[in-house]
Design a protein around this ligand. Structure first.
Ligand code: AMP
Ligand code: MG
Length: 328
């Protein structure tokens, strides 16, 4: 399976969408911090419209699972906000864009029954985007019921590293059988990446969401305590699929995600691209009971509860620690 054209195209699209998000962030988020969250909707819609435009042009027969919908774009945004989206997409594409085109691109591929399905999160980690922490543009490709290609464009990859706070960010990507790579977001030599070799739970660096409401922290702490046989597990809290990228690059070992609401099922666009990259880098992914993720159920991982991502060497230890918490 050679997906080189798909990968190069997805890399270009993700870079363009990340650049657009950065422009919106620079222009709107900082001045608007005092009066609410409006800019996020603008960035989400502009990024998804740009991605939909490029997918429609290059892969007209493919399906798409993506977070935003034109119906909400028309309902939730003011005239002025929709005009802003139009302006940002017009600037990014380099030709005038009508509102009808924005709507068509937002919905491109949504109801398509296709052999291949792109899975798109136009901004993963919205709260990180608003707070100038981690966020990424995530583009994955599902084939044969599994993500086989992933691209994450992460402008905030080094955002909590003071020495690299002016770094332009990174692009991490993979195609099945072709290895996983990290390169500077706007171009530069790629570096092959591999998960860490840590096999002793006492060496494990644990990753979790920055937003406490996205993970059952009592459960997380209990698993960490059992796994590490003590209370002092090193951990990092960060937004978005940058967590998958960190594990793929050996910068973390275990990502444990369990939303407190037991009926919650994870959205595919929060995992597909990261899954492709981390598994290609040698990592392992399952739900909290060790079941493989079922990508065939639509927009959510309906047949799984929670997600565990590891460097593979620690996976069985983590599943064992989870089982010992007695969670059902
Ligand atoms: P993270 O940045 O890893 O915490 O996850 C970000 C993703 O969590 C977003 O893209 C949303 O799809 C998802 N999300 C947002 N709100 C919630 C919530 N209340 N519970 C669970 N997941 C959420
Ligand atoms: Mg998301």
């Amino acid at each position: 399976m050679n997906l080189s054209f798909e990968l190069e195209t997805a890399k270009t699209i993700a870079r363009m969408a990340a650049s657009l998000c950065q422009n919106i962030q620079a222009e709107l988020v900082r001045p608007a911090e005092k009066d609410g969250r409006e800019p996020v909707t603008i960035a989400d819609y502009a990024s998804q419209a740009l991605i939909g435009h490029a997918l429609a042009r290059n892969f007209p027969d493919d399906g798409v699972l993506s977070e935003e919908r034109s119906e909400e774009f028309m309902l939730l945004l003011t005239d002025q906000q929709r005009a802003s989206v139009q302006r940002f997409v017009t600037d990014a594409i380099g030709g005038y864009v009508f509102e009808e085109q924005i709507c068509a691109w937002l919905d491109f591929g949504k109801q398509m029954q296709a052999a291949r399905t792109w899975v798109v999160d136009p901004i993963d980690g919205t709260k990180g985007f608003l707070s100038l922490r981690h966020y990424c543009v995530a583009i994955g490709l599902l084939m044969g019921g599994e993500p086989v290609l992933g691209v994450l464009a992460s402008p905030g990859f080094y955002s909590d590293d003071e020495d690299r706070s002016d770094d332009p960010g990174v692009l991490t990507y993979s195609q099945r059988g072709g290895g996983a790579y990290l390169e500077p977001l706007y171009g530069g030599p790629p570096t092959p990446i591999q998960v860490s070799t840590h096999a002793d739970p006492r060496e494990a660096v644990l990753l979790t969401s920055y937003e406490a409401s996205h993970t059952d922290m009592a459960f997380f702490e209990e698993v960490a305590r059992v796994l590490r046989r003590g209370p002092d597990a090193p951990r990092r809290a960060l937004d978005s699929q940058d967590k998958h990228a960190m594990i793929a690059a050996g910068l973390g070992d275990v990502y444990l995600r369990l939303v407190p609401d037991p009926s919650f099922r994870e959205k595919v666009w929060d995992h597909a691209a990261g899954y492709a990259i981390v598994t290609e880098a040698g990592g392992r992914v399952s739900d909290i009971f060790g079941q493989p993720l079922d990508w065939t159920a639509g927009t959510r991982l309906y047949n799984n509860r929670g997600v565990v991502v590891t460097n593979s060497h620690l996976h069985d230890d983590v599943l064992g620690a989870i089982a010992r918490t007695g969670i059902e």
